[in-house]
Design a protein around this ligand. Structure first.
Ligand code: SF4
Ligand code: SF4
Length: 430
């Protein structure tokens, strides 16, 4: 199917979906933008109405309309609240398909648009991360990635296989998704190392291909469907080549990143095909929840709360499994947040495009975090962590930001697990 036919199909599907909305308004309180502006046009119901009017030619794409559509953080929280099962994502995608570059480019400066084109190049990403605090005009979001950047090298794990220790039976084989051609993975390398340690200690053979490229989520959210399809096709081909080479792969593991995992889960819909991966694209702790945790979990004396990634919760639906596994760590005091299920507004440089709205969303959450007095806030997604790193710095919050898998890693380190620390040094080439 050519891209023009694909866009036509998306518009048709989105319009059909928009007609399913019965205007009940149950979704309104779950929408982060509506909770800040209380403007109907910034709510799911309002946007659905606007898109329906637009797609049927009753209204024109004015700047005001583009503004209200672009203010959507695409968290998909409204989908889980809707009693009629309206799939809002199909409706906003139809708007992107209909408006093309008008909406794709809305809110992004030409400087940022040029930067985005370069941001699949590993060397340029490295340079941008190093210089991000000193170059004027660099988006805040990039500064967040630089702020939460880890010291571990991704190169030492790419193209390698990590086997469980000899005394542990092999329970499954997994491909680990990470790539040097994405700013999120080049900066959050400690998470990748921690994921390898935790999984192999649980008897999982971990293969880390170097051929994976960006999952395509940034392009999908900008309406660049051609690029998102190209990347989906590429990554599925990589999986298939390893299935052939190793005679089967049980899982594709996405280290804590709700956005990337959600995008992988959309590949079949995007490619209009069946990759056979349904139910097998998982978060590391979701996998442990399914097969059972082994090894000695040592005490981690910390007071924490978990900020759910909207895509982990609303699309991958892995947040409950993650909480179950974290609940096994001795010594951990887990406090609830009343705003844990509301999107933090991190996606696709949202704070650079809508700084006041992004600030309004984060103010609610920061008040919540301050109330519970934490040692660490556990973040379920790489993009969210970069966003939070900026706000921890801005408001001097004095808390650690960690991923669920890093917490498990910490627990294994404090338990009786001889050899655990050396797992990264015991690998072979693919
Ligand atoms: S996707 Fe999120 S921001 Fe957009 S309308 Fe739904 S709840 Fe609101
Ligand atoms: S909850 Fe569903 S049906 Fe009700 S207004 Fe929101 S999208 Fe429409």
């Amino acid at each position: 199917m050519g891209i023009a036919d694909y866009r036509k199909l998306m518009i048709e599907e989105g319009l059909n979906e928009a007609y399913r909305c019965v205007h009940c308004g149950f979704c309104l309180p779950t929408c982060p933008t509506y909770r800040v502006t209380f403007n109907e046009a910034d709510s799911p119901r309002g946007r659905i109405y606007l898109v329906k009017e637009l797609l049927t030619g009753k209204i024109k794409p004015t700047d005001s309309l583009l503004e209200h559509l672009d203010r959507c953080v695409i968290c998909r929280r409204c989908e889980t609240a809707c009693p009629s099962g309206v799939q809002y994502s199909k409706i906003i995608e139809a708007a992107y398909a209909y408006l093309g570059d008008k909406l794709t480019n809305y809110g992004y400066s030409s400087f940022v648009r040029t930067g985005l084109k370069l941001l699949e190049n590993p060397t340029i990403i490295r340079l941008a991360l190093s210089l991000s605090q000193s170059i004027p005009g660099i988006p805040n979001h990039m500064r967040g990635f630089a702020r939460s950047r880890d010291r571990e090298s991704l190169d030492v794990v790419l193209g390698r296989v990590f086997e469980p220790p000899r005394d542990k039976p092999v329970r499954a084989r997994a491909l680990l998704f990470t790539t040097n051609s994405c700013v999120a993975w080049q900066s959050h390398t400690h998470l990748v190392h921690a994921t390898i340690r935790v999984l192999t200690w649980n008897g999982i053979e971990v293969i880390v291909p170097r051929e994976f490229r960006c999952c395509g989520a940034p392009y999908m959210h900008m309406g660049r469907f051609d690029k998102a399809i190209e990347l989906a096709r590429h990554n599925i081909n990589v999986v298939n080549s390893y299935v052939g080479k190793y005679g089967g792969v049980d899982y594709v593991v996405i280290p804590d990143s709700g956005g990337c995992q959600a995008q992988w889960l959309e590949y079949d819909r995007l490619l209009r095909s069946d990759s056979g991966l349904r139910g097998r694209v998982v978060n590391p702790l979701q996998l442990l929840d399914a097969i059972g945790v082994v090894g000695d979990l040592g005490p981690v004396k910390m007071r924490i709360s978990v900020q759910h990634s909207c895509h982990m919760m609303n699309v991958a639906k892995a947040h409950e499994a993650i909480m179950r596994v974290l609940g096994k760590i001795p010594g951990l005091e887990i406090k609830g947040l009343s705003t844990a299920d509301i999107c933090c507004g991190a996606g696709m440089m949202y704070p650079d495009r809508h700084p006041d709205l992004a600030d309004g969303i984060m103010r609610m959450k920061i008040d919540d975090v301050n109330r519970v007095k934490l040692d660490a806030l556990i973040i379920e997604s790489v993009t969210c962590k970069a966003h939070w790193a900026n706000y921890v710095h801005k408001y001097n919050l004095g808390i650690r930001l960690m991923y669920p898998t890093e917490l498990m890693d910490l627990s294994y380190r404090s338990g009786n697990n001889p050899g655990y620390e050396n797992i990264i040094n015991r690998s072979r080439e693919i």
